[in-house]
Design a protein. Structure first.
Length: 297
């Protein structure tokens, strides 16, 4: 198993950082519009942010413009999974405890290695050790007391499965496509799906206010346009299981943001959860013994 290059790790961690701080904006946005309308606006805004970069890159000088056909099919597949996962998450946020929502959504860290093993037939004991540690860390970080499985929880479990498919589809298509173009098409696809469902189910109604506009702008520009593009670029050539572990740090970042920005306290249980998740990332990023021997030689 090769470690993730520093550039890829930084891009994926930055994506997790943005998502971890965007959770509040997602919750606030639901006060002013329905979940499908919210998804439509945020992803179409993300596509609009990337459109000028796509045009500039396509018209660039020879040798700098992306090679190959425009990734319409690849982006449509990724965008469909993205819309399905994001809309289920938005639906569940209405009725589900935030901590539980974060825990169940991030369970893609368990699903991705299973899917990767099913596709490649390869596995690595340290990746699985990291997965177990991260899952335990998420539990301590997100869940307090007992809870029963409800409708919103089932939506989030399906959401985690769809996010896992999204991560695997990006792993499949980033090898032969330009990352910025792929992100643009996936946002456009997700936005169109949201528009169709928003018109059919909610009439695309929304209440304009400063808080609502800020939440949708942050989610559209930063959480969608920037973070998901960083995910695409960071996953290129990376092990999807390791990538999913780094992306799951959004739960830790969300808790730390509440501590530093909102002065929310962190219990010993939550601190333990953060420590376990960071330990999981360290374990999967440590060099193999053979790599150490090579470097010494």
């Amino acid at each position: 198993m090769n470690r993730l290059p520093l550039k890829n790790a930084v891009l994926l961690f930055t994506a997790a950082l943005i998502w971890g701080t965007a959770f509040v904006a997602q919750s606030v946005g639901m006060d002013y519009m329905g979940p499908f309308t919210f998804c439509s606006v945020r992803f179409l805004l993300g596509a609009a942010v990337l459109a000028p970069f796509v045009i500039i890159r396509r018209r660039g000088a020879a040798g700098t413009a992306p090679k190959g056909p425009f990734p319409w099919k690849a982006g449509a597949v990724c965008g469909t999974f993205l819309f399905a996962a994001a809309s289920l998450q938005q639906l569940a946020i209405v009725t589900t405890d935030v901590g539980k929502a974060g825990f169940l959504t991030a369970m893609y860290i368990v699903i991705v290695p299973l899917l990767s093993f099913a596709v490649t037939g390869k596995t690595n004991i340290r990746v699985w050790a990291g997965v177990v540690l991260a899952a335990c860390g998420l539990w301590f970080l997100s869940i307090n007391g007992s809870w029963k499985l409800e409708t919103g929880d089932m939506q989030l479990i399906l959401c985690a499965l769809l996010f896992a498919f999204h991560i695997m589809s990006i792993d499949r298509f980033t090898q032969g496509a330009d990352g910025v173009e792929l992100s643009f098409v996936q946002f456009l696809t997700a936005g169109i799906w949201g528009l169709l469902f928003g018109i059919a189910r909610e009439g695309m109604s929304m209440e304009l206010s400063a808080a609502g506009l800020f939440s949708i702008a942050y989610c559209g520009i930063m959480s969608s346009g920037v973070a998901y593009t960083f995910q695409v670029l960071g996953q290129k050539g990376a092990d999807p299981a390791i990538a999913s572990l780094i992306l799951s740090l959004e739960s830790v970042i969300s808790a730390l943001a509440g501590f530093f920005i909102l002065n929310q306290s962190l219990s010993p249980r939550e601190i333990l959860g953060c420590a376990l998740m960071f330990a999981a990332i360290v374990i999967v990023q440590l060099p193999e013994k053979r790599e150490k021997q090579r470097s010494l030689a």
